[in-house]
Design a protein around this ligand. Structure first.
Ligand code: OSB
Ligand code: MG
Length: 408
């Protein structure tokens, strides 16, 4: 099944270009000022707070690079004149998906970024760029602050984050990402469970030895379900014969089969495959997306704001992809409700035509840190319409789950 057949309608792209043009002022800035109640558009960040909270996934989540069970989540809070705005750092516990970890992000944030953010005056998230000067890389650390700044800007203006970003949907299509299971029977049981819950697209993790036969069994059992596979860089071009066997299974896409920094081999692979290649780890910036487009390294991009340095970068990648008629979708990093809220807002942009890895809170957690929790409704998740991210952080759970905290 080629993506061109089942992909988005690209009149969406044309409509979106018009829409963005209307939103731009002569200086090229996004005209969000109409949301604002007061005369002065700037806000002062009075106080900054960072917390590490521990959240135990309802069950371990295993990919080709290892398993995750106890999430160490960093939450950043920006306090401004009675408003609290939130961002989440998506770095993992180990440097497996990215070189960043909870601990490297904590160090970068507390040593270098947050001291500069405290006391800063901002109108838009871009005004915090000076706080990131002199820091190469570490996009996940930066994103935690950048996304909180977007929440602050939206809350200060009284509008939702989704509308501030230019979102056009009030609910977004979502799928579910299923980790490696011990047996095919267990995988089938999980898939059945999620389909019964209403998920309309299933992604499964694969690795060498748990791929072609496993997916063929799944395809035989569910001939019509949109299926995709995520390898998290478990293959090389030497595996081409095996990867080509996946072409017969009608997958919507194969996510990140090769190394995180190997654009050239992904381009070679894409030219040998019918199935669309989707890049995840490889895309950390607009420049990476340009490179992938230029080389033909993929036909789909997975955008995670936490991976690309925040929402401004995520939206710019989205805009570039819309321009080039490349479908995008919003990935996930096993976020708490805070990061999930940001992802949902982003996914309301018009180019996000494929279902995201933005499952309901209870797919991950017995209890989420936000209220209301995210729930599944007919294969979609609703985009909150309240101010900013549109969900509240639960102070009771925050106090209970915090293992360290720093204030600026
Ligand atoms: O590769 O997309 C990935 C989770 C953690 C790190 C990387 C990935 C994932 C997922 C799960 O696939 C996505 C989710 O449901 O949050
Ligand atoms: Mg992935």
């Amino acid at each position: 099944m080629a993506i061109s057949g089942s992909g988005p309608s690209w009149s969406v792209a044309a409509e979106y270009r018009k829409f963005r043009c209307r939103l731009r002022t002569p200086t090229g800035r996004i005209a969000f000022r109409e949301y604002r109640a007061g005369q002065d558009d700037t806000v002062k960040i009075d106080r900054v707070e960072i917390r590490e909270i521990r959240m135990r996934l309802r069950e371990p989540f295993e990919g080709s690079t290892g398993a995750s069970h106890n999430r160490r989540v960093l939450l950043v809070a920006l306090h401004s004149d009675g408003i609290t705005a939130w961002g989440e750092c998506v770095a993992g516990e180990t440097p497996a998906y990215s070189y960043e970890t909870t601990d490297t992000a904590w160090a970068i944030l507390t040593d270098l970024i947050l001291p500069k953010v405290a006391g800063a005056v901002m109108e838009t998230a871009a005004d915090l760029l000076p706080a990131f000067e002199g820091i190469r890389g570490h996009p996940m650390a930066r994103a935690a602050v950048e996304m909180a700044a977007w929440d602050l800007e939206a809350k200060a203006g009284g509008g939702s984050l989704a509308s501030l970003l230019g979102g056009v949907r009030d609910s977004v299509p979502v799928g579910v990402s299923i980790g490696l299971q011990r047996t095919d029977e267990e995988l089938h049981r999980k898939v059945t469970e999620y389909i019964d819950e209403g998920y309309e697209r299933i992604k499964v993790k694969i690795k060498p030895g748990r791929d072609v036969e496993m997916l063929r069994g799944l395809r035989d059992r569910y001939p019509d379900v949109p299926l995709m596979a995520d390898a998290n860089s478990a293959y090389s071009l030497e595996d081409l014969p095996r990867l080509r066997e996946l072409d017969a299974l009608g997958l919507t896409m194969i996510e990140q089969p090769l190394a995180h920094d190997d654009y050239l081999d992904h381009a070679r692979l894409q030219s040998e495959m019918e199935t669309a290649i989707c890049l995840d780890e490889s895309i950390r910036s607009v420049r990476d997306a340009q490179l992938a487009l230029e080389l033909g390294a993929c036909r789909i991009i997975n955008i995670k704001p936490g991976r690309v340095g925040g929402l401004s970068s995520a939206r710019a990648i989205h805009d570039l992809c819309v321009e080039h008629e490349m479908p995008v979708w919003c990935g996930g990093m096993l976020e708490s409700g805070v990061g999930r809220a940001h992802n949902v807002a982003l996914a309301s942009l018009p180019g996000f035509t494929l279902p995201g890895d933005i499952s309901a809170s209870r797919r991950y957690w017995s209890e989420d840190i936000v209220t209301p929790e995210f729930v599944l409704d007919g294969g979609t998740v609703s985009v909150p319409s309240g101010p900013g991210i549109g969900v509240d952080v639960r102070e009771d759970l925050l106090a209970e789950w915090t293992v360290r905290r720093a204030d600026f």
